[in-house]
Design a protein around this ligand. Structure first.
Ligand SMILES: [Zn+2]
Length: 180
């Protein structure tokens, strides 16, 4: 994981505002800026026009393993991994950039973006700490979010093997997962 660079105050505010506009939870802002809770709270209300939702962040990896969310999470992570390789920027900025591209992709295909920016951020943390990883689908060759130790030889992704109830059509997506 790349360390945080020392940011000017203006850059910190800018980053916080961007995250709020994308719908991030307050906990994400607290983790990714050095601004005080009180300042972030004020900023949040100013930018979003409402109080931040209370309650805990989702801690479980389960959501990412369900069918459609897995495809959305995989799309985001493919973009994120690509940017991570080509651009030398702070991790949170990579997440922001990748999340914007993910939104563009889903919008272009008329799909609802199932992955929130908070979940996208959480996903990158799960990858960093080894609770989740990516495994190549043995059929289509795309890379998908899985638990670690998935046996790649036998792994078939949710696009190649959708649940019976899914039927055909654009449901999960005509979402295109890039192949490496
Ligand atoms: Zn597949």
């Amino acid at each position: 994981m790349r360390s945080k660079s020392i940011l000017t105050e203006a850059k910190q505010i800018d980053r916080a505002v961007t995250l709020i506009q994308l719908g991030a939870r307050l906990q994400v802002l607290e983790s990714e800026t050095d601004m005080s809770y009180e300042r972030l709270l004020r900023l949040y209300k100013e930018v979003s026009g409402k109080s931040p939702s209370k309650g805990q962040l989702p801690f479980s990896t389960d959501w990412f393993m369900t069918w459609q969310p897995n495809i959305h999470a995989s799309l985001f992570l493919n973009i994120h991994e690509y940017l991570n390789k080509v651009a030398e920027i702070d991790e949170i900025d990579t997440i922001i950039k990748a999340y914007r591209l993910y939104l563009e992709q889903t919008q272009a295909q008329g799909l609802e973006p199932l992955l929130s920016v908070t979940r996208a951020w959480r996903l990158v943390k799960f990858i960093d700490n080894g609770m989740l990883t990516m495994t190549k689908c043995s059929k289509c060759g795309g890379h998908f979010v899985t638990h670690p130790h998935e046996i790649a030889k036998h792994f078939v992704c949710g696009m190649c093997n959708p649940p019976a109830r899914a039927g055909k059509g654009k449901a999960a997506g005509g979402l295109h997962i890039p192949q490496h």
